[in-house]
Write a new protein. Structure first.
Length: 341
């Protein structure tokens, strides 16, 4: 397994470079940017109504001043040279400085990281620890009232996007019933609480509605995947043979069918690491959660390229490492997998 792990880690480097080169080139080729944003702001403040395609001629700045701005933001260099400079900096975890807030990108991501880790971790553990047992019991009681009612609820939840459910939850439970807050990660009185229990209760109180939206998609997929795979294994010949030899049905399910049914779940395990960072920017916008997803969305809208590249670099790394972890999880639950053979 060590040789396999080493080969996969060697593939991470060129894949990471390919992903970041593509995104870096796109950020340089798309229209707009920090200089254009400054020019638009100057034109708006000076009440200019006519906008020409020739930015240098129509703006209040001279071409020399625009060239100085391009040099300040590092936009005067060729794409290859600028990318190499960015790549050498991130080796020391220096993602540059935001062109919108003029703060280090590392500090901006670190500030929002606990929020994303909280929602990503809670979504990950709740989805897996509920969907696997639920899929297990649905397969054993296939066709029962419990299976039918739970399937209806799961399919309805899966059909509705998370942000639509978020709007409905805020309207019903936050606005009309006032059971939960309208949004935010913590309340305004969070710093006034004296005990850890009160602070934890405030965080969980604000997290109930967003977590429901986060869980809907993965929960339905994992539950039905677990049920369908377990039912397929229960009808396999090796389960019939085990039962015919005298092994109790429940024991045959737990020892043989359950482990084989976890293989597709395990292949998805490592990819869930990506959700720890990105989350869902739509849900974060609806609930006013200042996480990584919202930061990435605002950075794309505002053309804050250093922040965009910093988030892309972290997400690409977690996705590549997550794929390796997925393979290792499959090897743990599937004895037929022998790496290196």
């Amino acid at each position: 397994m060590f040789d396999y792990f080493l080969r996969r880690m060697m593939l991470v480097i060129p894949t990471f470079i390919g992903i970041t080169i593509l995104i870096f080139a796109i950020t340089r080729l798309v229209p707009g940017g920090p200089v254009e944003r400054i020019l638009s702001s100057i034109q708006f403040n000076s009440s200019e109504t006519a906008v020409s395609n020739d930015v240098g001629a129509s703006s209040a700045l001279s071409e020399d001043q625009i060239a100085q701005l391009n040099a300040f933001y590092g936009l005067d260099k060729p794409v290859v040279e600028a990318y190499w400079e960015w790549l050498t900096k991130i080796m020391s975890l220096d993602f540059g400085e935001s062109t919108r807030y003029y703060e280090p990108v590392t500090d901006m991501i670190a500030e929002r990281l606990p929020v994303s880790l909280f929602y990503g971790g809670m979504t990950f553990f709740i989805a897996y620890f509920i969907s696997i047992p639920l899929g297990y019991f649905k397969a054993l009681k296939h066709g029962s009232v419990f299976d039918s009612l739970s399937s209806i609820a799961i399919f309805i939840g899966y059909a509705l996007p998370g942000y639509v459910v978020g709007v409905l939850l805020i309207t019903w439970f936050a606005y009309h019933l006032e059971w939960f807050p309208m949004g935010g990660f913590v309340g305004d009185d969070f710093d006034d609480y004296e005990t850890f229990y009160e602070q934890a209760r405030d965080v969980l109180w604000h997290a109930v509605l967003p977590l429901i939206c986060y869980l809907i998609g993965d929960f339905a997929t994992l539950t039905m995947t677990m049920k369908n795979n377990l039912m397929e294994n229960l009808s396999a010949d090796y389960i019939r043979t085990a039962i015919a030899k005298g092994l109790p049905f429940r024991q045959a399910v737990r020892k043989h069918a359950l482990r084989n049914s976890l293989i597709p779940i395990a292949s998805h395990f490592g990819n869930s690491l990506l959700f720890f960072m990105t989350g869902s920017f739509l849900i974060e916008v609806i609930f006013d959660i200042n996480g990584i997803g919202l930061l990435g969305y605002e950075s794309i809208v505002e053309r804050d390229y250093p922040v965009v590249m910093g988030i892309v670099a972290i997400n690409a790394t977690m996705l590549l490492v997550g794929n390796i972890l997925s393979d290792m999880c499959v090897a743990l639950v599937d004895p037929r997998v022998k790496f290196g053979q």
